[in-house]
Design a protein around this ligand. Sequence first.
Ligand code: HEC
Length: 144
Amino acid sequence: MLKLKSVFAAALVLGTATFALAESQDPDVQNRQAAMKTVGANTKTLGEMVQGKTAFDAAAAQLAFATIAGKAGEVPVLFEAEVTDPESDAADEIWMMWDEFVAKAGALKTAAEAGSGVDSPEALGAAFGNLNEACKACHTQFKL
Ligand code: HEC
């Protein structure tokens, strides 16, 4: 019985360790990654509309852009603390070239705000292209 108990305890510890590998335990890293996940999920919603996988829905598209714009505005605060972590893909360059990083977050906000009034599939397509450029510009330089 005692042996069985310790096997069970070992399994629990192992489970915790596996979880720790997949996600950072640092609240700053968790918060900034959560914000990026929200940005990613909303971008996916827009992308599916652009590709015609879902029907064009002006209100849903506008909400997605507005949500991304809001998160973009939080980026400078979310990344302010210089926290590096094995589970983070944030490059050291963020804190070495802080002004440029903040400018890239500003460019994302501008691109997302430009999309927050889209009223046609054509307007969505154009705004989505600009949005993606803003993601790429920052990820290329500041994401591992
Ligand atoms: C100002 C810079 C910047 C911009 C602009 C930006 N990102 Fe990111 N993104 C990052 C950084 C840095 C990370 C890594 C964060 C970490 O792991 O600590 C990241 C991580 C992510 C992740 C992974 C989150 C996770 O941990 O699961 C997704 C998804 C993502 N970004 C999507 C996007 C999309 C989509 C856009 C454009 C709409 C975008 N990002 C724009 C800097 C940016």
